[in-house]
Design a binder for this molecule. Sequence first.
Ligand code: C2E
Ligand code: MG
Ligand code: MG
Ligand code: MG
Length: 280
Amino acid sequence: DAKRVGRGVTRLFDETMDEGIRFRRRVEQGLARAVERDELRLVYQPIVARGELEVVGFEALVRWDSAVYGRISPAVFIPIAEESNVIHTIGDWILAEALAMVARLPQQYVSINFSPRQFRRHNFVAHVMESAQRAGVAPGRVQIEITETAIFDDAERAAETLFRLRQMGFRIALDDFGTGYSSLYNIRKFALDSLKIDRSFIDGMGRERESAAIVHSIIHLGRALGLEVVAEGVETVAQVQALRLAGTSHLQGFFFSQPVDGDVAVMLAERRVLAGGAAV
Ligand code: C2E
Ligand code: MG
Ligand code: MG
Ligand code: MG
C-alpha cells in the first residue's frame, strides 16, 4: 500500500544520503593527507590578450590524483574541502606552489583561486603577503581570484580585505562574474583589476540573445571602469569572432590552450605569444 511504498522511498533516500555523506567524509580525509602524500599538482591555463595573443598570465588550477579515487575534479573536491579547515591545508600548498611558479615565468602573473573560506580567514591579507615575500615574488605578479560568493556575506569586510591586498600591489579578479549576487554593487565598491565572464554566458552566446546581451553589457561595464575583461571557456572560432566584435580585451579557454604542466607553461610564456594570433 501507499504507506509501505512511502517507507521504502524514505529508506532508499536515507541510504542515498548516507552514501553521499560517507563519500564526502572519505574525500575530506583523503584531502587531509593529499599534501604529505604528494598527490596534488597544479596545471596552468594561459590568459591571452586579444590581438597578437600575448600570454599575459596563467590561471593555476589544482589537480588531485587520489590513491583511492584516481583523478577527481576540483569542481567536486574543492566544495567538500571548503566545508572544513582542510581547505586551508590544501590552499596553503596551492599558494606556495603557485608562487614558486611565478619565479619561473619571465613576466606573466599567476592567478590563484581562493575559496570563500580562505578569503574570510583571519589574517588572510598578512598570510598572502608573507607567503609572497618568502617566495621572493612581487605582488604585481600575483592575481587573487575570488567569486562573488566570497564577498557576498559581509561586503564591508570583503571590501576592506580587497582594498588592503590591492594597496600592497596584488591583482584582484572577480571569477565567474554574472553568476553571483549583487554584481553591480560589488564592482562599484570593490578594488578590482579584472572581471572574468563566466563560461556559461560564453557558451550561450551563439544560441541565446540573452547570453550575448549579458556578455556585451559586462564588456562595456568593465571597459568603462577600466578593468580587464576576460572571457572564460572560449572553445570555438565562432565565439572568438563574436567576442572580438563585442570588444573583449582578454580570452581564456580550450580554443587557445588547455591547462598545461608547469614546464609547458614556462615554454609558452617564453614564446610570449600563442601561435595564430593574427586571426584573432
Ligand atoms: P574556475 O576557477 O572558474 O576555473 C575554470 C574552469 O574551467 C577550470 O576547470 C578549467 O579547466 C575549465 N575550462 C577552461 N577553459 C575551458 C573551456 O574552454 N571549456 C570548458 N568546458 N572548460 C574550460 P577545473 O580546473 O576543473 O576547475 C573547476 C573549478 O574548481 C574552478 O573553476 C574553481 O572554482 C575550482 N578550482 C580549481 N582549482 C582551484 C584551486 O586551486 N583553488 C580553489 N579554491 N578552487 C579551485
Ligand atoms: Mg578561476
Ligand atoms: Mg572561472
Ligand atoms: Mg567557472
